[in-house]
Design a protein around this ligand. Structure first.
Ligand SMILES: *Cc1c(COP(=O)(O)O)cnc(C)c1O
Length: 360
């Protein structure tokens, strides 16, 4: 067995730990650990998924034309420049596979999403971590870290798990300042939660070194189906389509996602409900002595005095049947990431944290 070894870098990948969903011996568990939509998936998406059962023996279409057309109409984008993947995770993977290899550097930020490092290592490239400023993307630090070997720069905007974001001016400054061989990837997994934010579409229209990734896992409530997409320069999209498996998305996933993206009223309602209860939750926690940064997505990053207090609060919440996310793996051991649920869920988690703070 010792003669058979994986490619360099592969064994440096730590296995991904997802948000937990069960607690031993607890009924009525409240899962606020994976940034899922508390309202579930929109009804038209559920119906489309059920209709797909008739065609289970058929291969799915390989060009994803229907879904790309729908995305293009809804977001005013050119469908030819859209590529669909098994979650946006797969688009991130395609980008690393196609553009980064041994000797190349892939920049991600200090508290950036785990998949950037994982996909960079899987491609044999070198991940480069850049510090953030007060849990926020630091454009100057990224530009200072860029080298002639930098091939990809990943920014989640809004970022997970910090929930902060940077403005269009800073994004443009970043795109303009990168060396010519580097591609800027704007991960817009939470873009729909930000009123009026185009996720970088205008930047992509004006430049040839910017790509966005998007997902159906968050506001569309389809995390279980695994559908995401990317948008960027035609050459980049054509390149990603070469490494994409021809049947990467199932018919059921394609049909449900197409129905979901066309349900604009759903997105608007979810955005509004989320903003209302997110801001309520953050304000309530602040009253309890648990501060957080201005949250722009569907979660709040609650800050505690230190790691011991954060872990003790997490233990208390588990005792109350509530699962939130520890983020020590994201270099934030004194924080807990709490997904914004519906009204009852927000009240329940705030009440439990109040018990914890009161009992100390
Ligand atoms: C949740 C999330 C995604 C979505 O991943 P999918 O593979 O589309 O489910 C992407 N990026 C970030 C930063 C996320 O938090």
């Amino acid at each position: 067995m010792t003669r058979i070894t994986p490619q360099p870098g592969i064994m440096d990948i730590a296995l991904y730990e997802g948000g937990q969903s069960h607690l031993e011996g607890k009924a009525n568990v409240l899962k606020l650990s994976s940034n899922e939509n508390p309202l579930g998936a929109p009804e038209p998406a559920r119906e489309a998924f059920l209709r797909a059962v008739r065609d289970l023996h058929r291969y799915p279409n390989t060009d994803h034309a229907g879904l790309r057309q729908a995305i293009g109409e809804v977001w005013a984008l050119d469908p030819r420049r859209i590529v669909c993947g098994v979650g946006s995770d797969e688009i991130i993977h395609f980008l690393c596979q196609a553009y980064a290899g041994p000797g190349d550097e892939v920049i991600h930020t200090e508290h950036g999403f785990a998949m950037y490092r994982i996909s960079a290592l899987a491609a044999g490239a070198t991940p480069v971590e850049v510090p953030e400023r007060e849990r926020t993307t630091d454009v100057d630090a990224i530009l200072a870290a860029a080298t002639p070997r930098t091939k990809l720069v990943f920014i989640a905007n809004p970022n997970n798990p910090t929930g902060t974001m940077i403005g269009e001016g800073e994004l443009a400054q970043l795109a303009d300042g990168l060396p010519p061989q580097a591609l800027l990837v704007l991960d817009g997994a939470y873009a729909e939660y930000v009123e009026g934010y185009d996720a970088g579409a205008a930047l992509i229209a004006a430049r040839d070194n910017v790509v966005m990734t998007r997902t159906f896992s968050k506001i569309y409530g389809l995390g279980g189906l695994r559908v995401g997409w990317g948008y960027g320069p035609q050459e980049v999209v054509d390149t990603l389509n070469r490494v994409r498996g021809p049947f990467n998305l199932s018919t059921a996933a394609l049909m449900a996602a197409e129905a979901a993206v066309r349900d604009r009223a759903w997105v608007q309602r979810c955005r509004q409900e989320n903003a209302r209860w997110r801001d309520w939750l953050a304000a309530r926690l602040a009253e309890l002595g648990v501060p957080s940064d201005v949250a722009t997505a569907n979660f709040v990053l609650a800050r505690f005095a230190d790691a011991a207090e954060a872990n003790a609060c997490d233990e208390h919440l588990r005792g109350e049947g509530i699962i939130v996310r520890r983020v020590a793996g994201y270099k934030l051991p004194h924080c807990l990431r709490i997904t914004v649920g519906d009204e009852a869920s927000c009240r329940r988690v705030a009440h439990a944290i109040g018990q914890f703070k009161g009992g100390r």
